[in-house]
Design a protein around this ligand. Structure first.
Ligand SMILES: NC(=O)c1ccc[n+]([C@@H]2O[C@H](COP(=O)([O-])OP(=O)(O)OC[C@H]3O[C@@H](n4cnc5c(N)ncnc54)[C@H](O)[C@@H]3O)[C@@H](O)[C@H]2O)c1
Length: 248
């Protein structure tokens, strides 16, 4: 798909990977970008950058774990722009400073709701608007953790494995709705999320992993997302973006 003139939704767009994708879409010529996040106040910063890159912006205070909130955002998008071409279901949370199994059950439930429920519903709600627009592309953010057991973040990696399996099971939506669903699976990316894994910084269990690799930049993941949007041959794929070993 040619990104020029498209209308795109990016969730978790207030910072990190979502912010980078929203900006990359605008730079590539998207006509309208919906920046969606629970952190409404912080969305303005992303919106400013997207506008400066030449796209129209809709700021949507959205909780992806809440069906009514998600539905309202999709309806507002179509009402404002009249079409929908791209959705990056990217919002996600981890165990935070707590680890499995000490993580509060409420937090465990929230991880499942944001990371898996949000992606499933964000894909489902995109189908009809994209069909009306002549087809579209959904990119779901999973994680390299989808393929590797990570005991301190057992809930997080379970949801990310679910995102991969869900994405691979959406292949038929290409024939039925003209919608290609793919996933991006980043390694460790330099975003605020990594620094919130511990109390006031990177978690002790994560430090040896971070020390061993070159961190990816949010822009690296945004480029992988755009590659999946552009390449019409990609359907039901989970593309891994790996870290390189740290240079000595
Ligand atoms: N940073 C990494 O190393 C890494 C690695 C692999 C995968 N990921 C995934 O990439 C995605 C983006 O992560 P990031 O590193 O940019 O993290 P981040 O914490 O910097 O950004 C995530 C954004 O999602 C938003 N969000 C959280 N809950 C939400 C909800 N219910 N509804 C709407 N928005 C919500 C947050 O407010 C935040 O702005 C996540 O799905 C994460 O799991 C990150």
């Amino acid at each position: 798909m040619d990104v020029k003139g498209t209308v795109a939704i990016v969730t978790g767009a207030a910072r990190g990977i979502g912010q980078a994708t929203a900006l990359a879409l605008a730079r590539e010529g998207a006509g309208g970008v919906v920046v969606a996040d629970v952190k409404a106040a912080e969305l303005e910063q992303t919106a400013e950058q997207v506008r400066a890159a030449g796209a129209e912006v809709l700021i949507a205070e959205t909780d992806v774990s809440d069906l009514a909130s998600l539905r309202a955002m999709f309806e507002e998008t179509e009402a404002r722009f009249g079409r929908l071409d791209v959705v990056h279901n990217n919002a996600g949370i981890g165990e935070g400073p707590s680890t499995w199994p000490e993580v509060a059950p409420e937090r465990a439930a929230a991880i499942i709701d944001v990371n898996l429920r949000g992606v499933v519903l964000g894909t489902q709600l995109a189908l009809e608007p994209m069909k009306r627009s002549g087809g579209g592309v959904v990119v779901n953010t999973s994680s390299g953790g989808a393929f590797v057991p990570l005991p301190p973040q057992a809930v997080y990696v379970a949801t990310k494995a679910g995102v991969v399996h869900f994405t691979r099971s959406c292949v038929a939506l290409h024939a039925s709705h003209g919608v290609r669903v793919n996933a991006v699976c980043p390694g460790i990316v330099e975003t605020p999320m990594v620094h919130e894994t511990g109390e006031g910084g990177i978690a002790d269990w994560l430090k040896p992993l971070v020390d061993a690799i070159e961190p990816l930049r949010p822009e690296d993941i945004a480029e992988a997302v755009l590659a999946l949007v552009r390449d019409d041959s990609k359907v039901g794929e989970a593309v891994v973006v790996e870290n390189q070993p740290r240079a000595q």
